[in-house]
Write a protein that binds this ligand. Structure first.
Ligand code: SAM
Length: 206
């Protein structure tokens, strides 16, 4: 619980602990490149990543619509679709202004406000990454996130995909399987419901 005190996380402590371990590895191995989180919500995890990695000169992109999840597709399953409909599409909506204020103490966070991938900036396109947390919960966001970030990961860089194999969010695994079909990445760790994939030297999608 130590990590959660006073911070605005929606992920559990064990998931945050695995992110912490991954970030320490990136630091230890001196993997070059900036960091990003796709799916920020109230901002706790992004602030944590930015705080830890800022000391090592890394810029962190915190990407969210702050308008909630886009409408789930059939790949996301009936349960998620129903929750989304019952809430009138107001699922994970949060105030941009509050998150901006929450990030104030840190100077190395860039908030990317909008629906991904439409919100992608030229700077993000030209950048390279050492760590990315994909936490958009749904099929399309996970697929779009992999399509954008995986080719931009530096060797040794890691993408952590949240909710992989999670019963309520089947779209995350479906997107993963679809993207890597026939060309599986190096799986660094699987601490379900997260999967961590590492960019290798021999990865043809570099
Ligand atoms: C589970 S929450 C993120 C929780 C956060 N990572 C944390 O650790 O506290 C999922 C977030 O993904 C965002 N999201 C999902 N798909 C998106 C998309 N295509 N573009 C922008 N934001 C998206 C939602 O707005 C929501 O805030």
């Amino acid at each position: 619980m130590a990590y959660s005190r006073g911070m605005q996380f929606s992920i559990s402590d064990d998931r945050l602990l695995s992110i912490r371990n991954l970030l320490y590895r990136i630091k230890l191995k001196r993997i070059q490149g900036n960091t990003a989180e796709l799916g920020v919500f109230r901002g706790g995890t992004s602030r944590y990543i930015a705080d830890l990695m800022g000391k090592h000169g890394k810029t962190h992109y915190a990407i969210d619509s702050f308008d909630g999840l886009p409408e789930p597709k059939k790949q996301d399953g009936k349960v998620l679709k129903k929750i989304w409909k019952d809430r009138g599409g107001d699922f994970f909506k949060y105030s941009y202004a509050k998150v901006e204020h929450y990030f104030k103490p840190l100077t190395n966070i860039k908030i990317i406000n909008g629906f991904f991938p439409d919100c992608v900036t030229v700077e993000m396109e030209n950048d390279r990454y050492s760590f990315v947390h994909l936490d958009g919960d749904i099929y399309q966001t996970t697929l779009d996130g992999l399509e954008f970030f995986w080719p931009r990961m530096n060797v040794g860089g890691i993408i952590a995909i949240d909710d992989y194999g999670c019963r309520k969010t089947p779209g995350c695994k479906i997107a993963f399987d679809e993207y890597f079909k026939g060309n599986m990445p190096r799986i660094y760790d699987k601490t379900l419901p997260q999967i961590h994939i590492m960019k290798g030297n021999d990865d043809i999608r570099i």
